[in-house]
Design a protein around this ligand. Structure first.
Ligand SMILES: Nc1ncnc2c1ncn2[C@@H]1O[C@H](COP(=O)(O)OP(=O)(O)OP(=O)(O)O)[C@@H](O)[C@H]1O
Ligand SMILES: [Mg+2]
Length: 361
């Protein structure tokens, strides 16, 4: 585990009445100053993890540490942690400044010091001109910013954000992602965000924790998760990945050669697992790492095109290799029209230099 962990979950489990295991021995180190995102499908334990860090939920077993100190028994208010909730939880009867100042009013600060900090926090989120506005007069994006200002005004060491952007439309959401990241770098505060949107997680995070059924599947920076997923779950959850049952042919230095439905593949072993000749493994292949041509050049494998989906710059081919093996290929659109139609045979090969992970079966 990292030495410089600000927050550490040490074998944290949470079992709810009725035996629902929300968290199953979760180990997690959150590094000071990072933007870390918990990503996973509905019910995998993301919110429960945040609530355990905030102190709203106590673990059934395991410990929560802050700066190496056991804070498992500490009440939420005594932790240097603030939460931005999905529904913002603003007070409708208070104006913007009163909402932001609410957390401060519980501390012993002079009126002028409070007013100054409220102004600074609203300035940070670009709402300095909305001090006296009523919450009901604000747009969704502005309410989100008020909720952020209210959370940062208390200068927490850790800011927890549970699906903070999910109520916003796609365009505003993308804009707020950029703003959130910028705010986090300016403040230098540790942000722990929850999302089930992999694109959001990939674009905003320093590191991503992929969760599945109360367990941590992999913790890594976005590019590592994308290029070197450790499990088939991560491979299929992050972007699109062909999971091809392949048989091992032999090795070329550290490149392992496989075949799947007539297609030749090269893979790397992250775990050091060395298959025996003829052994089956699952090889992860990104659609953009497969090339489709009309001519049957050497080293290509024929695949029947079953459907073609328009994706803007590329077309996504759903095709079938030998032995009925389904495969998805992203082919660039040609300016003078695309050369494949449904029912055609495309000749598929692996792009030279493509990095395909060998996944545990
Ligand atoms: N208070 C509770 N009592 C009983 N079961 C709960 C409680 N809170 C959560 N759970 C269960 O624990 C599991 C994890 O829930 P959690 O809210 O952490 O999921 P999540 O990853 O945040 O999902 P979502 O993306 O839908 O918000 C789920 O099966 C959920 O039904
Ligand atoms: Mg949740």
């Amino acid at each position: 585990m990292a030495l410089d962990a600000l927050v550490r979950l040490d074998k944290v489990s949470k079992v709810f009445p009725g035996g629902i295991v929300a968290l199953d021995a979760v180990d997690l180190d959150i590094i000071s100053g990072e933007f870390i995102t918990l990503l996973g499908p509905s019910g995998c334990g993301k919110t429960t993890s945040l609530r355990v860090i905030a102190g709203f939920e106590s673990p059934s077993s395991g410990k929560v540490l802050l700066d190496g100190r056991d804070i498992t028994a500490l009440r939420p208010f005594d932790r240097p942690v603030n939460t931005v909730f999905q529904d913002y939880a603003l007070f409708p009867h208070m104006n913007v400044a009163e909402n932001v100042g609410f957390g401060l009013s519980l501390r012993k600060l002079s009126g002028s010091e409070q007013a100054k900090r409220v102004r600074e926090a609203l300035d940070m989120v670009g709402l300095a001109d909305k001090l006296g506005a009523r919450v009901s007069e604000l747009s969704g994006g502005q309410r989100q910013r008020v909720a952020l200002a209210r959370a940062i005004v208390c200068e927490p060491r850790v800011l927890l954000l549970d699906e903070p952007l999910s109520a916003l439309d796609a365009h505003l959401r993308e804009q707020m992602q950029v703003e959130l990241k910028r705010l986090q770098s300016r403040l230098g505060t540790t942000f722990v965000m929850v999302t089930h949107d992999q694109t959001e997680a990939l674009s905003i995070s320093d590191r991503i924790v992929v969760m599945n059924k109360g367990r941590v599947e992999q913790i890594a920076p976005p590019a590592t998760l994308y290029d070197r997923p450790a499990t088939t779950f991560v491979a299929s959850f992050i972007g699109t990945m062909n999971l091809l049952k392949s048989s091992f042919i032999g090795r070329d230095g550290d490149r392992l050669r496989f075949a799947a439905g007539g297609l030749s593949l090269e893979a790397t072993s992250e775990t050091g697992d060395m298959p025996a000749e003829g052994a089956e493994r699952t090889i992860g292949v990104r659609p953009e790492d497969l090339l489709a041509t009309t001519d049957a050049a050497a080293g290509t494998a024929p695949a029947r095109v079953n459907s073609i989906v328009f994706h803007g710059r590329t077309l996504r081919l759903h095709a079938e290799l030998g032995q009925g093996l389904p495969v998805v290929i992203d082919a660039p659109r040609q300016s003078e029209g695309f050369q494949f139609s449904v029912g055609d045979v495309a000749h598929i090969s692996l792009r030279r230099g493509a990095n395909c992970p060998m996944l545990p079966s």
